[in-house]
Write a protein that binds this ligand. Structure first.
Ligand code: NAP
Length: 495
């Protein structure tokens, strides 16, 4: 993480051009961008459609919500947190951390809550921005920090409108609905559903999990930190940082190396751990139905050491017959069975190709981002799009995703962007965006690297775009860190 702080210092260059920046989204990445812009004295407004900070940690508040990335690594490098309760923190604790960071770094007064950006248009000089509430403003720089797992995927199940009980997507949790002693059904078996199962099986009269495709589950104990450990982290920031780096190295050397190389020993180890874990399921028929027909890590791994225990409880049932329709009393499956329910949760994931959209984004000469991304979203090194000058994305298309710390990803991207923005301030150029050639070259290389990844070994997942090509970062994390260390200006079109 040293490279990140060095670059920060470099930002203190004398500015000749005063800039105004708009940041879209007040989640983890938007708050970060605002902190870094503010450090440079850049006038900045954050537009947030919700009513509080937190992004994914505001939108998701389902029972059992936990981040399966180690909490100590899931923090800003400049605001480590000695207080984490356990290895993988629960949602409310993480939301509170980002709220605190926004408050402590003076970001809250910069945020316009309840303001959804609906249109951005480049007029040759500045970005004209419109919000749904009718606010209009103009900016030199726009940073879209709108998240990836944001727009819910809500499949249409025939008859869903007729359901007499309560039904909602996992990101739209209705806390007015009682859960204790009820008959609860969850559709989907991703990370969200696995956490819901663990949290709700003990509370439900009956819990049914509707599985279309089995998932590999890798165990990881969620060890609590003792008060003595927290005291040591408070007293000794170097010990805390050493822990962060240890947790980070473990993931990068294991999982990150595994997913980009199907022949790696790291993937073989993940394979072994998943199969060994599955073998702990006692009933052979249940075990068979929980066994995926593709390689571990092809879909994002579910990280849980209590999901299998939950689904084996007497009041829990794994339903693998396909869903035929929803009826007023519950879910009718293709084998003719009616599964009667009081509550039906869709843990059916997200539309991951939206990014800043549905906002209309019009770049140089009126070019429409929807047209440019017609065949799937693309951005040079995930952060900049040709013909969209001074418009940048955080956790944008082709970013590293999976079990990384997206906080570190956003932090490295932010520091890269700040260097481009420093060029604008110094007057090196008035406009900067990736050249088309650079994006083409990057994309060709990215697709070539994709052929060796585990994501193309025969499963459907949200990692793949509509053409079946992985939409994520297909190189090593080290390469990501190197690329983000400093922009290569030859790859940019500047004016
Ligand atoms: P997901 O991984 O995309 O899983 C969606 C589930 O819904 C899949 O089992 C999918 O089945 C099923 N599904 C979708 N449409 C369906 C349909 N029409 N009929 C039947 N089943 C359907 O979504 P998620 O669990 O919300 O997780 C999304 C991502 O969020 C994760 O991969 C992770 O990156 C992040 N996340 C992380 C955590 C964590 O840190 N622990 C927790 C939650 C989420 P198929 O496989 O057959 O498509």
């Amino acid at each position: 993480m040293d490279a990140i702080s060095q670059i920060d210092d470099a930002g203190a260059t004398a500015a000749v051009r005063p800039l105004r920046a708009a940041v879209i989204g007040a989640g983890m990445a938007g708050v970060l961008a605002a902190i870094k812009l503010r450090e440079r004295g850049i006038d900045c407004v954050v537009f947030e459609k919700g009513d509080r900070v937190g992004g994914t940690w505001r939108e998701n508040d389902y029972p059992g919500l936990t981040c399966d990335v180690a909490a100590h690594w899931y923090t800003y490098s400049f605001a480590r947190n000695p207080e984490w309760d356990r290895l993988m923190a629960r949602g409310p604790e993480i939301r509170a951390y980002f709220e605190r960071a926004a408050r402590d770094h003076g970001v809250l007064p910069l945020i316009r809550f309840g303001e959804e950006v609906v249109r951005l248009a480049y007029d040759g000089e500045r970005w004209q921005l419109d919000t749904a509430a009718g606010h209009r403003d103009s900016f030199d720089v726009v940073i879209a920090a709108t998240g990836v797992l944001h727009h819910p995927n809500i499949p249409h199940f025939a008859g869903i409108e007729s359901f007499a009980g309560a039904s909602f997507h996992s990101t739209r949790w209705d806390h007015a609905v009682a859960l204790d002693g009820r008959r609860i059904g969850v559709i989907g078996v991703g990370s969200t559903a696995a956490q819901l199962a663990t949290a709700l099986v003990p509370r439900a009269e009956r819990f049914q999990l509707f599985q279309r495709t089995a998932q590999w589950v890798i165990p990881r104990p969620n060890t609590p930190y003792s008060e003595a450990e927290r005291e040591r982290f408070r007293a000794d920031p170097a010990a805390l940082e050493a822990l962060v780096q240890e947790l980070r190295a473990k993931t990068l050397e294991g999982y990150a190396a595994a997913v980009i190389d199907v022949d790696s020993p790291e993937l073989a180890e993940i394979d072994r751990m998943c199969r060994e874990h599955l073998a702990t399921v006692r009933d052979p028929d249940l075990r068979r139905r929980l066994t995926p027909d593709y390689r571990p890590a092809c879909k994002r791994l579910v990280i849980s050491d209590d999901f299998y225990a939950a689904i084996q409880q007497p009041n829990a049932e794994l339903v693998t017959a396909p869903i035929e329709r929803i009826e007023p009393q519950g879910v009718r499956t293709a084998d003719g069975a009616l599964h009667e329910l009081d509550v039906l949760v869709l843990a059916t994931g997200f539309q991951v190709d939206r990014f800043i959209r549905p906002a209309k984004v019009l770049g140089r000469g009126g070019v429409d981002l929807d047209d440019v991304w017609d065949d799937g979203p693309k951005a040079y090194l995930s952060v900049t799009v040709p013909d969209f000058p001074n418009f940048f994305l955080l956790n944008g298309p082709n970013s590293p995703v999976g079990n990384f710390s997206l906080v570190e990803v956003a932090e490295r991207q932010t520091n890269y962007l700040m260097q481009l923005i420093d060029g604008l301030r110094r007057g090196d150029y008035r406009e900067v965006s990736a050249s088309r050639e650079a994006l083409q070259r990057f994309e060709a290389e990215r697709r070539e690297a994709a052929k060796k990844t585990v994501w193309v070994t025969g499963c459907a997942s949200w990692y793949l775009d509509k053409n079946g090509v992985p939409a994520s970062w297909t190189f090593s994390f080290e390469r990501f860190a190197q690329e983000m260390a400093a922009p290569k200006l030859a790859d940019f079109e500047t004016r």
